[in-house]
Design a protein around this ligand. Structure first.
Ligand SMILES: NC(=O)c1ccc[n+]([C@@H]2O[C@H](COP(=O)([O-])OP(=O)(O)OC[C@H]3O[C@@H](n4cnc5c(N)ncnc54)[C@H](OP(=O)(O)O)[C@@H]3O)[C@@H](O)[C@H]2O)c1
Length: 185
């Protein structure tokens, strides 16, 4: 099954301990990092112009619920939500899938040449990073501790290498670095 999946990238922000969330939400507020996330996942260019293809974002049901209602679905991206509940209510323009693999396959079809991003949370990252179709990881490393209760999985350096540091930022008293990891085998 996984050989038919479209290539996809993980996108996450994590603290020093790979913490990504607390109490069902993000423990930090970093507007510039959120703009970077939006631009990366929509594929907007440096001037904010949208791409010709719509990308897709795949997320777990709890991550969907963590997005404040006025901001969901995430704009200019096909949103796909993974839940084992086949009746979980979602807006008509959002796709529901009962497994990560189904979500990725749907995202690949709907993105029609656009990119596919897996945007969390912990349960979904843990499963997605094991799939061969996982081509890379965009990981924002925040150099602070936020006492999180949800975590990004450890990156296996036999499988992924740090290809590039995309940015090094200080914002609202937090320093963070945006890393791009690439699958090497
Ligand atoms: N820092 C970041 O970059 C980042 C990004 C995203 C999220 N987060 C944080 O991460 C936390 C949420 O993560 P989480 O691990 O609790 O939840 P999650 O991964 O977002 O969602 C978990 C839900 O997804 C569904 N699911 C998971 N695996 C499945 C599978 N194999 N097949 C079918 N459905 C599956 C289940 O939904 P049902 O229970 O409905 O069946 C499960 O309860 C929040 O704190 C959020 O703010 C952080």
């Amino acid at each position: 099954m996984s050989s038919h999946l479209p290539p996809f990238d993980l996108v996450a922000a994590a603290d020093r301990n790979l913490g990504i969330g607390k109490g069902g939400r993000l423990p930090w507020r970093l507007p510039r990092e959120m703009r970077y996330f939006r631009d990366l996942t929509t594929g907007a260019d440096e001037d904010g112009a949208p791409p010709s293809q719509e990308n897709a974002v795949v997320m777990g049901r709890r991550t969907w619920e963590s997005i404040p209602e006025p901001y969901r679905p995430l704009g200019a991206r096909k949103n796909v939500v993974v839940t084992r509940d086949p009746d979980y209510p979602l807006p008509a323009n959002v796709l529901r899938a009962v497994s990560l693999e189904e979500a990725l396959a749907l995202a690949g079809e709907r993105a029609q040449g656009g990119r596919v991003f897996v945007i969390g949370g912990a349960q979904i990252y843990r499963r997605a990073i094991e799939l061969e179709a996982c081509a890379g990881i965009y990981l924002t490393r925040i150099f602070a501790d936020y006492d999180c209760d949800a975590f990004f999985p450890a990156i296996d350096e036999r499988i992924f290498e740090l290809a590039e540091i995309l940015d090094d930022v200080s914002e609202r008293g937090a320093r963070y670095r945006i890393e791009h990891w690439r699958r090497i085998r």
